[in-house]
Design a protein around this ligand. Sequence first.
Ligand code: NAI
Ligand code: A1CAB
Length: 273
Amino acid sequence: MTLKIAFVGVGNMASAIIGGLRASGYSGDAIVGSSINVEDHPRLEQRFGMTMYADNKEAVAAADVVFLCVKPNLLQSVVEEFATVVRPEQLFVSVAAGIEIGALESWLGQPVAVVRSMPNTPALVGAGMSGLIANEHTSEDQKNWVANAFDSFGSHVWIEDEAQMHTVTALSGSAPAYFFRMLEVMIEAGVAQGLDEATSRKLSTYAMKGAAAMVTELDEDIAQLRKNITSPNGTTQAALETLEEQGIQSLMTAAVDACAERSKELGKEFANK
Ligand SMILES: NC(=O)C1=CN([C@@H]2O[C@H](COP(=O)(O)OP(=O)(O)OC[C@H]3O[C@@H](n4cnc5c(N)ncnc54)[C@H](O)[C@@H]3O)[C@@H](O)[C@H]2O)C=CC1
Ligand SMILES: O=C(O)[C@@H]1CCC=N1
């Protein structure tokens, strides 16, 4: 049976998930959503074949599974607002950075299945990666459903210790942005050396895509893949030495640490306003 899914908040992350679900064959008839920017609803309905509501309660009441996709600072008020229509057999899946399962449970106000997830926007093109952790009220069937749903737009890992979700956010949820930034800089550097932007973009992007594909598909040591490109005293060595001299190790470590730290702060800031 196709479960009815509601998305409370349909912005960037929800759109990526819905796009991934639809591309994998999930019916638009089984997807509803709600958000405050009602002027956007016709576009979303047309794009995804879904039904949009202005009232979160209507979307939640219609669903078997509810994806919580508003910003972390809004989650408590949004959940408490629709808590009166929550049914014990429903499953709630949060994508909100930092917000702990315990906080969600208390806002929902009754024992109900909750999965905390940390997806990323490559879901839109079927290349998402998500960390998942479930509460004790989540059945094996519900966990399997969630795993299958997330796999329909990429892949997933189950996390045992909720504290690790901060690191998942730093290595997955936020991480595509680091690579986008890296690409922006590489493309600019190519243009500065005389390439037109389209050519610079194509070369840089395929290098990143190809490198990621080699890692995911070949199961080889990443350092070895790097060494295979690096001729002694050659061009790659010149580039890599510059990256090391200019601090790539400390730079990327600091970025990952700052991301995880901010995730921890969000949890504390919005756990119980
Ligand atoms: N953007 C990303 O790459 C990722 C985002 N997330 C999480 O996803 C959540 C949403 O983030 P984005 O999609 O980036 O934000 P966004 O701003 O693009 O979307 C938020 C949506 O919430 C709606 N909204 C605002 N107030 C509302 C209310 N009272 N009731 C119903 N809907 C309301 C907005 O209209 C909008 O559709 C956040 O909790 C974030 O931590 C998680 C992983 C990755
Ligand atoms: O920047 C953020 O807070 C969200 C969570 C992970 C990716 N975007």
